[in-house]
Every structure is written in structure tokens, then in C-alpha cells.
Design a binder for this molecule. Sequence first.
Ligand code: F6R
Length: 610
Amino acid sequence: MCGIVGFVGREEAAPILLDGLRRLEYRGYDSAGIAVFDPKDGLQMVKTKGRIQVLADHIAERGGLKGTIGLGHTRWATHGVPSDVNAHPHMSENGRIAVVHNGIIENYVEIKEFLQSQGVHFTSETDTEVVAQLLEYYYDGNILDTVTKVLHQIRGSYGLGVLCADCPDRLIAARKDSPLILGFGKGFHMIASDVTAVIKYTRDVCYLDDGEIAEITADQCWIYDSYLRPVEKEHHHVDWEISAAEKGGYEHFMLKEIMEQPKAIHATISPRIRDGQVVLDGLDYSEEYLWAMDKIYIIACGSSYHVGMAAKYVLEKYLRKPVEVALASEFRYSEPIVTDRTLALVISQSGETIDTLAALREAKRLGARILSIVNVMGSTIARESDDVLYTWAGPEIAVATTKAYSTQLAVVDLICLSFARKLGTISAEEHDTILAQLQSLPEKLEEVLEQREQIQYLASIYFNHSSVFFIGRNLDYAVGMEGSLKLKEISYLHSEAYAAGELKHGTISLIEQGTLVIALASYRPLFEKTMSNVVEVKSRGAKVLGLTTEPLRGEMEKVADQTITVPEVHPMLLPSLDVVPMQLFAYYVALMHGCDIDKPRNLAKSVTVE
Ligand code: F6R
């Protein structure tokens, strides 16, 4: 999704802005641009469709951009096709004010019509241009006042950066429902939609809240509420290393992040296990609260939703409480049954997904207590939740999630063990077995990762199949959903995940000679049931790639064309192992198709529009 970076200081701004934009590339974009104030020639802007390198080449061709203050943007098209003209920044008609914007201005048509009736000419098809033109229309010599006035007129979501040629020592930033941070350095300040854009320059950051407006110069920073009353904000220190957001010798971030899973799971689990018990960061979930809890409502999107699907099986089995899993985009517009005894478990890697955030707010409004599982420190979902459990996966750069998914699963396991122990719905023996196995999960994951070459070989056999079905039951079904999503999002192959028993209720008609079926049958209690479904597809000509546990290898090999195994662990922990071959398979298939693995087409890392 779109990215913003802004700089004001004493050094040349353009190289810093370009570097920041490169670090935001992972979010997904189709065009990019930069505006810099040149003391000699005024506001200068270069923008172009395509990659940051194209933008950098254009800037170099014109001899660079001079100036120590500027704004940069990567655009992921919503209103108007990807093009040079629609790329940000957008300028007011007289070239005085430049604007970069993430989000959507919902009442842009109305504003545009009004401005056109006043004789203003528009050059782009975007909603953002109305902000630049409206700023110019109201401009009274004070850009901060003018921004504030305009913000009271626009509806929708925004992370906004504004640069006005009349006051070229300052940038104005504002946010509503779209993340924006400030970076503090010696003799410079930055704004960005994501800490990755500023981390090379400063680790001292502050997260703007909805409705807040910031004014930054090289040496000073003021933050206000939407009525320009001063606001005191806490600074945060970003403690991950810049190398965490670099490829470290791997061809793609995705592969690096797949391989980092043992480390990420260890980092997520180990601080939360003490003396044989789960300690949930000091969160207060008393026995009384848990007994009174009427249901758990899991709210998430995409892969995080798939974690929710696995969580439902696990939590219902061990807590004996009803668990509903809702797609955030559906939850927010349905009439969910939520009470003040409902626990809403909100799962989000980025902590900024707009549908999930809106659903969180709705659940809160209805009285639920919000517990979120989030990877990005200080993100909006984390800040708006009653309680947060962070996944310590480190920055995830590849658009397709891998290590964030696995660490979310690990946090679900911790929650489950902690709650079940308090409720007395799990025996001490089973609790201790699962906990011990959870702690040794990183080693088991290393064993699965050692099969990387075998999975690459399997991918080379099957990469040319145009349609793939993932089948499984219970937790295997939940993992199949994630395996299918991984495959389609990065390799663009059509794939579907089905509950194995459901296939014969319609979809089996699509199985023909040579159709690839990936059969997940690691969940021992339902192994035989799933295997009957595998036989059904096999007898209709399907090619079957089976996934099971090592002890069941022989049984699977009797039916499947090829078999992948994972070490046997407690069923609750199986998804954490099973998903790894699915991730690797998708990765190698995409590689063989020559796809842009880290930045798949049309996708964005952090989905901050509806
Ligand atoms: C798929 C993927 C997406 C995200 C979804 C939710 O690989 O990454 O499906 O899981 O967009 O994002 P978060 O977890 O950031 O709320």
C-alpha cells in the first residue's frame, strides 16, 4: 500500500527520500514521486509510473534535485490508473503546495466539483489532488491553519504530508486512520508511514494518533490535536537492527523470512514461559473473567484470518468456549452478537489493516474486551486494544506473510495453554507435554526446513499445473487455506482449499486426470477419514502430493504420488510445522514461474484502505 517519507534538515533531501522510498517498496506500489524545495528554483517535483529505480534515473537525468526539505511517496492505485500524472506528490495549480497522501478522501467528488465551479483545474484522476487544490483555495498565508481547516472539510482516511513553498523550512503532517510516524534526529526531522523508512537515520520515533497534526522543522517539532491545541507525545525507541530489514544473502525476503521462523518462534515463546507456566506479559485474565467469558470472537483478514481458523479448533477443544472467526471486512458490516463478556481476539501482523481496525472499534463499541496479537510495535491496532501480545517476528518485508503467521500461531498456543490451565479444562499432564513441545518447536522447524531441496524438487515437478486443490480436515484444513493463499498470491496459480469431507458436495467435479491435489493429513485423529477423501480424488485421476507426519509416511505413500513429512508433535502444534512445506512449495513454484516473489502483483503489505 502507499508509502510516505518526508525530510527536513541540513543535508540534501532527495537521496534520503529515495532511500526511504526504497525501504517502503515492500509495501507494494505502482508509481512513485518526490517533491523538494530548491531555494533557487522553488518547489521541484519528479514522479513516474513504475519502480523507484525509474524515478531515481529520472532525477539523475535532470541533474538531481537540490534542497534540504522534501516529500516522497510510493502510490498503490485506488482512484485513477497507475500513471505519471496520478503519482504523488500532487501540487496545487499554482505550484505553491505539494501534498503526499495515504488513504482515501471519501468526499473528493463533492470537493472537486466545488473547486471546478470556482475555476480550479485538475490534472489527475486522484482523490488526493483535491487536498492540494483545497489547501491552495483556502491558503491565507499560514499553512498550519490552512491544513487544519481543510482537514475539517475532508472525510475519509489520511496520512498526509504537506510542503508549502512560502514556508520552506517546515513540513506539516496529519493522520486519520492511516499510520504516520515522526522520526527525531540531530538537526533533522522526518515523517513516514512506516519506521522502515527512517530507521537508517534515527531510532527515536513517535506515533501520531488519529486527528493529530505535526509541524516539523530541522530543529523543532510541534504536535497538535485537530483544533491546534498542543499535545504531549511519548517517544519510542525502535530496537531492531536495520539488517533485519535487509536480505542477508538470500535471493528474496520471503525465503529469508521462511528460514527465520525457528528464531522468530523462539523469540516469541521463550520470554513467556517461566517455571513450567505460560506468563502472558502480565496481562490480567483472571479465572473469574474467563469463566464469565461468553465467547471468543476472532477478527482478522487474510493469513491472520487463517491463524484464526486454526485457533478456533484449538481454543474450542481446550477451553470449551464458543469461538467465532470473522473476516474483519464482514464483521464490521454485520450485526455481530457481542457482549461485555465477549473477548475479541484481533490478529494482525501490521497492526494497521483498516478493516481489522474498524472491526476492533466496532467490537469495542459493543462492549468486548480487545486482546490483539500484533507484530508491529506501536501500531494502531496495538494501541487501541485493551491488551496486546506482540509476536517477536521482527520486520516482515515480503508481502506474503510467513514468519508473522507462524508466530501468531505460537501466541495462540500460549493463550490457549494459559487460559485452559486457569479454567481447569486441560490436564496438568497434557499442559506440560504441549508446553515442552512448544519450547522445542524451533528445533523441529529446523528439521522441516532441512527438506528445502526436496520441496524445491517437488515444485519442479508440479509448477506447471494450472489449478491446485488443498484438502484436509480440522487443523489440516486451516493450514490448507494458508497453503492455498501462499500459492495463489505469489505464483498466480489458481488454487482452492477445501475441507476434505466437503469436496464431494460439488467441487469434486473439477478433479480430472492430472489435477494436482495437495492432501494434508497430519492430524492423526482424522487421518483415516482424510485418506478416504484422498483415495476419492486419486481414483478420479488426481496427482496427489501428500503431507503427513513421519510415523504415517508409509500409509500416505500407499496412495499419494509424492509425500512430504513433518516430525510428529502434539496435534495442537502441527500447523506450525505443516505450514512450512506449504510456504516453501509456493516459494519455489513462484520462482520457477519467474514471479516477483517479494512484491506480487496487485498486492500490498499493509492494507490501509477498505
Ligand atoms: C498474505 C497476507 C495477507 C495478510 C492480510 C492481513 O500473505 O499477508 O493476507 O495476512 O492482509 O494483514 P495483517 O495481518 O497485517 O492485518
